[in-house]
Design a protein around this ligand. Structure first.
Ligand code: NAG
Ligand code: NAG
Ligand code: NAG
Ligand code: NAG
Ligand code: NAG
Ligand code: NAG
Ligand code: NAG
Ligand code: NAG
Ligand code: NAG
Ligand code: NAG
Ligand code: NAG
Length: 478
């Protein structure tokens, strides 16, 4: 029944079936999971991709109608590859109890972009073995018909040196593994999860213009033997299709597992460009024309990258890494886009009743000798989030010592506004006057949920899950 239904849906599909979001929690003061789930519901977002299987997050999702992809961190792949026992424990500890607690887990993602080129061979050799062991564990837990395994493929796993999609191929170092991945996915009837990043293509490749990355009508088309490409998304998508075809999987179903545009931390990473990108992406997906190599066949699903800004993300790639959110770190709308494809002029809604620390900031006291101020600010920035000060970013225009104040404040907020964290050898000063100027926001952090694990509610949940699963077992038996 379910299979027939899915088949019918796929046959009729000319449009993307649903739009989801990625939700990462690499933040010093993450918005509490219950608030995030409320935010998703308010905005009628029904698909969610996670990067781990955080118990508080999965508990908060229990009973919601949200379909969830849970992630297995790269660091666990090696042990999951080498032992079926560890795969069984993972399934038992991170899956079974939440499924019986009515969290709708749809996919398990093996690793977080394990094929990223900068990881070298640290993770990808373990991917297929880990996937097979998890699959075996799902089968023995009788969950393999409920939950599918996917393997997120990074934007740099496939390419075309000439820039022509018809010359697309997988990166030679992972080519063999990709074929094993595709065989595995075909056998388990799972879609191919691929990340596409017009922003990074533009950022790293002189051949992609900003207009081409932003789907602008005025962009210069890139022509190939079989067609004309009007935007970077389509170009990457067909490069992927060619790569899949060249290793024997031309018909693979595709889910775009990460796509977005950052709003700070690099020139052209702005709110206005992000709004244009997201709007044009949604229009492109809605019009259903498809790409030259897959006319009228759209990706099954897409997941916007990402839901919220995260101030602790690794910035090796660039300061923009902390600013991909559709919403700010505190769940406020950055720009309006129509997720409903114009069906009900739906607008995005802010997180409600967000709790902040007091309206207090830490700034530099410029009445005293400031010869050490720059060095102190640099030191603060090794922990604090100073990405908004980088060239082209929202606070880049702050002149000295405004940028010192920015660094001091970020450090102070990350340390829960403790008085000691605004000392800086006597250079710091607490103020109740908001130092924000123009687009440059001096944040006040969220009342933390990160360190305060609500043990009571966690144990209640476990108890309830245990009761529910026991009842299920009994029902199964009789
Ligand atoms: C993965 O596990 C298998 C089975 O234990 C082992 O033979 C193989 O060498 C492992 N792969 C890697 C890359 O270590
Ligand atoms: C998931 O399961 C493994 C193995 O039982 C465990 O080590 C891990 O901490 C669990 N939780 C998460 C969030 O991965
Ligand atoms: C850039 O575009 C030119 C002309 O279209 C092409 O010859 C060249 O190979 C491209 N380079 C890359 C890196 O895509
Ligand atoms: C990838 O593997 C396939 C099948 O073995 C082969 O035909 C193809 O040339 C390889 N591609 C690359 C880029 O190594
Ligand atoms: C690409 O093709 C389109 C239509 O097929 C044509 O209008 C355009 O001039 C071509 N562009 C280049 C650079 O060849
Ligand atoms: C960030 O990523 C790089 C490259 O993957 C790694 O070398 C570095 O240790 C990471 N930094 C942190 C703070 O995790
Ligand atoms: C500030 O302190 C430095 C030494 O830390 C000293 O060299 C400088 O003269 C002082 N400036 C003023 C205006 O007192
Ligand atoms: C600057 O820092 C040095 C080393 O910590 C310290 O000895 C000096 O007194 C500081 N100067 C001022 C003006 O605070
Ligand atoms: C910074 O200042 C320059 C010159 O005043 C202005 O053109 C630019 O838009 C400003 N940038 C930001 C991010 O505010
Ligand atoms: C602040 O601006 C000054 C002068 O432009 C610069 O030397 C310093 O590195 C900046 N500090 C930070 C933390 O960005
Ligand atoms: C449209 C737009 O914002 N373009 C800018 C992209 O970044 C470069 C480098 O800072 C600017 O020169 C462009 O004006």
């Amino acid at each position: 029944m379910a299979v027939t239904l899915t088949a019918i849906i796929i046959l009729c599909a000319s449009r993307v079936q649903s739009i989801g979001v990625n939700w990462g929690t690499t933040a010093s003061h993450p918005l509490p999971p219950s608030k995030v789930v409320e935010l998703l519901k308010l905005n009628k977002i029904t698909k969610l991709k996670l990067f781990d299987s955080n118990p508080q997050v999965l508990e908060a999702l229990a009973g919601s109608a949200i379909d969830v992809t849970v992630g297995i961190p790269n660091s666990m792949l090696q042990s999951l590859n080498s032992s079926i026992k560890s795969a069984e424990s993972w399934v038992h500890d991170n899956l079974t109890r939440y499924l019986s607690g009515h969290t709708r887990i749809e996919y398990i993602a093996i690793g977080d972009e394990p094929f990223l080129q900068r990881y070298g061979s640290q993770f990808y050799p373990f991917v297929v073995g880990a996937a097979m062991n998890i699959e075996a564990a799902l089968i023995s837990a009788k969950l393999s018909n409920k939950v599918k395994i996917v393997i997120p493929c990074s934007f740099d796993a496939f390419r075309s040196e000439s820039g022509q999609p018809s010359e697309g191929h997988f990166r030679p170092d992972i080519n063999k593994t990709m074929i094993e991945v595709l065989n595995f996915l075909t056998k388990t009837q799972s879609p191919f999860f691929a990340n596409i990043s017009p922003f990074l293509s533009y950022y790293q490749n002189k051949n992609i213009s900003l207009d081409f990355a932003l789907f602008k009508e005025t962009a210069h088309a890139h022509n190939d033997t079989h067609g004309s490409y009007k935007n970077s998304f389509e170009l990457s998508y067909d490069t992927l299709i060619t790569a899949l075809t060249s290793v024997g999987f031309p018909k693979m179903d595709i889910v775009i597992s990460q796509i977005g545009w950052p709003t700070d931390g690099a020139p052209n990473a702005t709110v206005s460009n992000a709004k244009i990108f997201t709007k044009n992406l949604l229009d492109y997906l809605h019009n259903g024309q498809g790409s030259p190599l897959r006319p009228r066949v759209m990706p099954l699903e897409i997941y916007i990258y990402t839901l919220l800004d995260e101030d602790q993300r690794n910035i090796t790639m660039g300061s923009f890494e902390r600013h991909w959110g559709l919403f700010t770190f505190d769940g406020q709308v950055k720009y309006q886009v129509d997720f409903d494809f114009g069906q009900s002029t739906k607008t995005l809604v802010n997180a409600q009743n967000v709790e902040y620390f007091a309206s207090r900031w830490c700034v530099v006291n410029n009445n005293i000798n400031m010869s050490n101020a720059t060095a102190r600010a640099m030191e603060a920035c090794t922990n604090a989030d100073c990405t908004a000060l980088s060239p082209g970013s929202s606070c880049f225009n702050l002149s000295w010592p405004g940028n010192v104040s920015y660094a001091f404040n970020s450090y102070y907020q990350q340390h829960d506004q403790s008085a000691e964290s605004c000392d800086f050898g006597g250079l710091g000063m607490i103020t109740t006057v908001d130092p924000s100027v123009g687009n440059c926001r001096f944040n006040v952090e969220l009342k933390a949920s990160h360190s305060v694990l609500l043990c009571g509610s966690k144990f209640d949940f476990l108890l309830i899950s245990w009761l529910v699963s026991t009842v299920w077992l009994l029902l199964d038996r009789f």
